[in-house]
Design a protein around this ligand. Sequence first.
Ligand code: MOS
Length: 750
Amino acid sequence: MERVNESKVIGVATPRIDGPAKVTGTAMYSSDHHFPGMLYAWPVGATVASGKVTKLDTAAAEKMTGVLAVYHRGNIGSLYRVPPSEGFGLMIDERRPPFEDDVVSYYGQYVAVVVAQTVEQARAAAERVKVTYDRRDPQLSKKLLGTSSPADKPRESSKRGDVASALKAAAVKVDETYTTPVETHNPIELHASVAVYDGQSYTLYETSQAVVNHRNVLAAMLGVGPEQVRVVTQFLGSGFGGKLWPWPHSVLAAACARNLKRPVKLVVSRQMMFQNVGHRPATEQRIALGAAPDGKLSAVLQDFANHTSLLDDYEEDCGEATPFLYSTANLRVTGSLARRTVGTPTAMRGPGAVPGLFALESAMDELAIKLNIDPVQLRLLNEPTQDESLNLPFSSRHLKECLTTGAEKFGWQQRTPAVGSMQRDGMILGWGVAACSWLAARSDAEASVELRKDGSARVACATQDIGGGTYTVIAQLVSHATGIPVDRVEVVLGDSSLPPGPVSGGSWVTATVTPTVFEASQNAIKALLLSAVKSPDSPFKGKQQGELEFADGAVRLKGNRQSAVSITDLMRATKVNGVSGQAKSAGTFGDPNLKFSFHSYGAQFAEVTWQPEIARLRVSRIVTVIDAGRMLNPRPARNQIEGALMMGVGMALFEETQYDSRVGNPLNNNLADYIMAVHADTPQIDVTFLDYPDYELNALGARGVGEIGLAGIAAAITGAVYHATGVRVRDLPVRIEDLLKPARSRIRSA
Ligand code: MOS
């Protein structure tokens, strides 16, 4: 693949071009959109987790001030199921259209929706809708492994050698079970839909990480052609995966707008966010490792289960990173689903690999202790030379350097392995380490680039910037390809009517848009040169295109600065307003013919402080080294990793959605009771990017970055907790109660 080595803009720390709009409040988020005659919708959620609606009494609600309609199964009008599709055709997690039948499968499932003049009126009326249920008990058992129904029988996702015999024969073994709880995405921006219907077509302002998919799915559910739906998401107050695919409220808003022929706004409440828009499912994983006394792995077994809903088959692929992370002749990964009365789960930052690596990397730490080998060394010892699951070379893998660089930055050589053996300022220190990995891929994408007579460029692509820096990186790509400065590049994203772009998921937007934006830029330059040689009044009329070049915002004879004519002068002479180029690039995701194993890697080092006298545990320091290809813009890239690490502190110590086992509702369904890491929990964070380009993925060697920062960090923290306290926490999050038992005995024996 062609390589780009030199650049004035690529790799340069560039402030976000959308920053001023955001900090001055002019950026239009989805629920900021307002239209004359707009109405407000408020859904009515089921107050049982399982059962049937036997009666729905809307009379009182309908009589209330400002109420225009109360919709339910009997009067919402036609809504359709999305047909199953291959690949990324039509992505949706809760496939059932709202109000399809009387069956309730989870607490909060929408059973009606009220539309009123104001949001307060809609909400008040929604509370007056009387629903009677034939109630069944919720099923929320946390025991997941071995609880699948016959229809959901375990799926073997990777296998080599004979893992059972190798485990039996292994000199040293770890065989433990790890669990991670339900976690709920809590972006500050609530999910919202503003639906406008003109009698023919819909314009939907959505909180979406994937506007093109959202358009296609909503068209299918509303029973109209995709050309009759336009989805707009100019800015997103983050998503974490919770806004990847459409949720029922979006369908409700569109249906209400259709039925009433007025614009309708529906913003879900924070409580609904815990019920109706996905979550990371609970996982239970058995990991068995076998090793020789010298530390060489002989067996890796991972048996995982995740809960899913009664309605859909969401798999949290905990085995995503296991097959290729370490060298071992014998390996088996098996996954299964356990049905529970919960809303359908969905992708949450680093889906699969994040809970998976918590388990695998915890087990590696336990193995290191049993072997009496340093945990960094253990990982270095088991570095594979190729992807042993695919029998393919790695496109670019520098995990060993992540580990050694991180160890050096962290000061790992000063670590004394005995539990509680390190102290600072009267506190016990714990140090832990984990490796991490996340996939690298490109999806199909198109883009168009226009060069305009004022010397600026406009680039359009129906991808989104969900806060990660996509606007800025795309401006840098166009700037690199055309020589037009970043601040003269207008980036237009987040509109399904633009050339189809990638979903903002999988951390793959950067890798995906690089080839298509480059090619579209080249095509725009070709169009400019064509116009220069063909237009009647061009100073270059009669030359061959091949004799010209575009450099520094001007067309000139190759290598001849004196001949340069600025794009403005040229377009004035030729009476052209702008020229444009389009491009389309094919993806790598799911391609069975790939010649390389594409992944990013990293090493996480964590320090905790532990004060047994007052049972106070803090994460005090994190050193992270990331190998994620070339960094196009180190500024937002660092933000991504720092944010992910903070999410990792929350994953390790705080985050857990708790359900009431009697009613089936998420109990801590608000930002006061759902504990997340905040500023006060922030440790010292040191992020290093190795910056090795992955030229097998694109000409820049850029893989993109984001989710990988959350992978492995929880295991590094629980490893540090063990080092400080002697307590191995295998069930996240770490609870202070978990740590009190040895603290008490330590106090007694003192
Ligand atoms: Mo990310 S969970 O792929 O939005």
